[in-house]
Design a binder for this molecule. Sequence first.
Ligand code: SF4
Ligand code: SF4
Length: 399
Amino acid sequence: MQRLAELIDKARRDVSSASTVGNPEAEVARVMQICNACRYCEGYCAVFPAMTRRLDFGAADVHYLANLCHNCGACLHACQYAPPNAFNVNVPRAMAQVRVNTYSQYAFPAALGSLYQRAGLTVSLALAAALALFLVLAAASADAGKPLAGNFYAIFPHNLLVALFGSVFGWSMLALAVGVVKFWRETNPAPAALAGTATVQSSPPDALGEALAEAAGNALTLKYLDGGTGEGCNDEDDRPTLLRRKFHHFTFYGFLLCFASTSVATVYHYAFGWQAPYALTSLPVLLGTVGGIGLLIGPVGLAWLHLKRHPLHGDKAQSPMDLGFIALLFLVSATGLALLAWRDSAAMSTLLAVHLGTVMALFLTLPYGKFAHGVFRGAALLKWSIERRRPSNLRLGGD
Ligand code: SF4
Ligand code: SF4
């Protein structure tokens, strides 16, 4: 009780947000101090029980909590201290502003971290450059403009595509992996660095397996987009809906099915010597078609929800990053389905060049745009699943 009284007292002293303007990490620490005294939102998501295990919020804690937040908006609409209250508590906005800073801070190479701040321009330039590259290459092909019965490799040789896309995709995965490892190291310091603190605990090996399974389940089901009650997120008002979760699922699983389509086609090519084009009833085409439809529905729905969201939600300055990524996913899918529909026509070479240009732009910007949120959130979910299996030394009622 004495600690709780100290927290409330500290929150009162820190009530003013004026001193944290322009310092997103300090703002998250400020609102977490207030929330830690209030705790009304404890059941909404993992952020609040994770918060109760802390008394102070240093940079590593703030980065972790910010990436644990799914920006569902539930705590803003429930909050008695939200604007225009003098406490000015807006957890989703504070978390969103820190999140984008963590992407920049952990970016690899570090010099490219600033691309997150100009993500809309980054996407536009990558798209323009990639489209120009493939349109020029297609125009140089002697077979351009001829009906080729869907034979893509008459325009772009298979080995050229493998070299181009394999190297760019490999680089993107490497950059994301290095970034998330840096994030993990900062938010999970070595036990020696924690000696004597409340957080030094170890998990038994079987608990780590359970934590991994739980975190994977939470990520795959987007558990924390259910608003804590199962009713969903807040969009434009106090009414919760499951639309954002559903459109996320269309997008996420559409993307995975398209990736599965490419993977199966790669196995066909190298393991069985079966070369594209594949029949409309073949597994790669069926996976790509179903995934592509999901990747049309999801991004359109997410863009619609984004545009009508309550003005206090999230961080409007990040709209170019959010909408740029959504638009790119939509373009990849729309051009892929158009290519499938007209692959036997004289327009195939142009459609192929446009589709490959959009896919290349997506691959190029994966580590420097909105895609990063999935990777960092996955790491934060895993940290939470590990952490909640350990006893807390604070004993303030959050366990
Ligand atoms: S967001 Fe508001 S209501 Fe929820 S815990 Fe924080 S201060 Fe309390
Ligand atoms: S916006 Fe949603 S996910 Fe983020 S802290 Fe609030 S309740 Fe949790």
